[in-house]
Design a protein around this ligand. Sequence first.
Ligand SMILES: [Zn+2]
Length: 1012
Amino acid sequence: MPLAAQGWQQEVNYQIEVSLNDTAHTLTGFEKVEYVNNSPDELPFLYFHLWPNAYKNQSTAFAKQQLENGSAKFYYSKSAERGFIDGLAFEADGKPLTWEYDKKNPDIAKITLPRPLKKGEKITIQTPFTVKIPDSFSRLGHVGQSYQITQWYPKPAVYDAKGWHPMPYLDQGEFYSEFGSFDVQITLPQNYVVGATGRLQNPEEQTWLAQKVQETIQKNGNFNEKDLSFPPSALQLKTLQYKQDSIHDFAWFADKRFHVLTDTVPLPNSNRKVIAWAMFTNEEASLWTKGAQYVADAVYFYSDKVGLYPYNHCTAVQSALSAGAGMEYPMITVIGKSGSAKALEDVILHEVGHNWFYGILASNERQHPWMDEGMNSYYEYRYLAEKYPDAKLIGEMANTGIGRAFDLTAYKSSDLMYYLYLIHARKNADQAIDQPAADYTPLNYGGIVYGKTALVFTYLQAAIGTPTLDSIMHEYYRQYSFKHPYPQDLKQLFAAKTGNHLNWFFDDMLNTTKKLDYSLVSRKRNAKTIGNTQYDLLTLKQNKKTGIEAPFSVTAFKDGQPVQTNWYDGFTGASEVTFPAGNYDVLKVDALQQMPETNRRNNTLHLHKLFKRMEPLRLQPFGSLENPNRTQLFFAPAIGYNVYDKFMLGMAFYNSLIPVRPVQFTLVPMYAVGSNSFSGIGEVSWNKYPSKVFEHVELALGGATFGNGNFSVFSTDTSLTDRTLSTEVYKFYRIAPRLELTFKKKNPRHAIERRLTLRHVNVLRNTYNCPPNTNCSAVPQDFYLNELAFTCRNNRRINPLGWSVTMQQGKEFALAQAEVKYLFSYGNSPKSGLAVRLFGAAFLQNNTLTDTNSPVLLPLTMRGGYDYAIDQVFIGRNEPEGFWTHQVGTGAGGFKVPLSIGYTDKYLLAANLKASVPMLKKLPLKLYADIGIPYTDVADDGLWSGKVFFDGGIALTPVPDAIEVYWSLVSSNNIKEVYEANNLKWYERITFLINFSALNPIKAVRNFNFNL
Ligand SMILES: [Zn+2]
């Protein structure tokens, strides 16, 4: 049923008396709630929200969501820092009411009424309450004696045509409340400045605030921004009263340090004036001198574009906030630290705008967050685009050498939303716009709910025209002010006003992750005549399965200037459209970049060029954003070193950075000074991001060649004492195709990642046998393996877990390996804890010791010579001695000793522990211990088969798992004996790890998770 037809709405009127204790950080209050049942239904009970209880313990919905979203701050909070609501005794008609907490959520209560409340009846429920104000974890909170009193009183949940909407408090996911009137009395020490919802009723307080304004003006911008101390609280108390009708929430902010400024804004086409207030502390005070003006500008803009502001004042306060940059409440918004005047203006504008999209048009933000955050972001961006049309994505930097060097001058500040969307859309990791707030990944909550909604409304504005959109939005405001509109209501209104169901918009754009991607394929000149006019025929294409039948524009350019733009109805598949014939240079789909096209690189036809669909090549140092007007090739200097090649100098070439593209390559050719030869590495990959079974399919081909060892060439002249003629370098050539299948997650927020990898590795190398009296003969080593691996990782924030099973098969060997990794989290950070790795391996077959020149062995310590598939980078891979033999890799037994002992061709069991030391939180130090048992009957003469090896010490971990240094301090006798036999001093027992694959900068940028 369209909810427009609902025609009724509950009413809730509040009387609250509350006093603040600013030493215990508590509120003591008494509340009377008049609940009017305007629904056709009998209500035997009411749901109430007791949202301060969200901060009660680590098992509330809020606490769980915080952890899932990657913040462990609340998880590690002490109980004194948390908060709750208490002292409740609900009664009606002088009798206590039966009530209970929701079984799962201590911040929801169900109150049974003395008798079912019939249609049109009302009941007054009253209760005392106390609130322990938590530290600033989200919205309700305090920082010292600065108070953010929001979501603080017992409050009925919404009952609408869809039924009850009880909801636990969440950080990601906001509010849904009933309209009514508030009469709130706040008692607190006299020298607090209070910003609140509602009209202040105390004339003496109004006079005092006017004085504060004078004092602030007289400061003339001279604030001591460093001084954030709290003056002592006055002994005398004051009681302030606020009243307001037609609102659905009440928030207040109290701070003794607030400066106050005001401004007045006459509403457009109206006699009414609204007073704008700004309240702020010394922190960022210089930015806030225009705060009241920003509020006034916002009130004017939204009044003009959407509908008149119905209240008589509007306030922005600067205060602590741990959920986003700003937060909206009716008539008042709270703004956190902003960093610049531009950011402050932007955030104030956005939050004030919520008075319309949330405050007055009170949609269900938990279920349809785009209706407030998204539509509000659209107006925010429209305002900024009108006021600062030339604002650039990288701000002032665009006009500097840096902007030009990185080719970033062309991007506008409004491109931010597009690229945020594109980064997710290219990986098919985006989510549809119309989903419940809590279902989004934190990245998509920003990139889709805010970003994509703003983009698609900008698109809708272009497609139907600004006057049409504005008049529909005015009508939306007129019909749904002080109501609870649903998406269906908005859709019906647009359909009625445009005579078009706009299904492409309301169904595809809002409800699917289909991707808009027209490509302009060709033009036939003068192919059609209608009347006396000649037309060209343009052929366009869009993917039938994933495309959207949405309207599109084509613009013709002559000498760089647009000469004509036509809009067309949408299609998928292939289509021909007519365009007035002309001598154009360029034809372009979406030339004004108003459409959320996921690939703008196929939108252009260069009519006079040989390669009509190719953009000019741009060689770009380091990288840039994808630019549809260029064929980009990025490059960066590359430098390398290994013992055999010595220094290598070269260039990395790569075709993409942000966002990813279906075909990506990285080529790093280098010239090696030592081996006097070319070395290098490269990879090309084909990427698909399907919608079913797998979320990513990657087919990659990697290659590498580097120096791998030395050999000496001797003279045949026996009379010489030193017959060494030269030392030569031999190289390896490695080629490795790989198919990587990443399974689709259960839902986008799910923490478990599963991956199947199938790969082949082929390594060719020639070592040389050079006996003194003959010529060298090459000893070819041709190694290959086929591998199938399954890995599963639970990336939860606390106690993350991963395991993998790997099967390898190659010439004369077959090997099965299993690994489990677990972190027992402890200490006050998710990164700290005891990391445990269990490893087991069994060769099902191994004849490599006898039948080939390249033995396949599993060692306790992974060192260069054991890395048979050349999966890791070793700087002195085959060194028999010296500094570089102290480099250890990962895998196998996981030991860190600089010795080749305990290797096996049969079985290996190992456990590795690495523990954080909470007392040394600031230092990158850990303790480690490794235990392993090799089983083998070759190579050890029975010395180590079945014996327990142990080694432990201190690890220095500047970049955990990538750059680490180990100092072996305690070892089992079998290791100690070898240390002693080789006469290793204490410093020679130090080893180090450099995990180059974890340090690849190009990969890091491509895989980076961008957040707002
Ligand atoms: Zn917002």
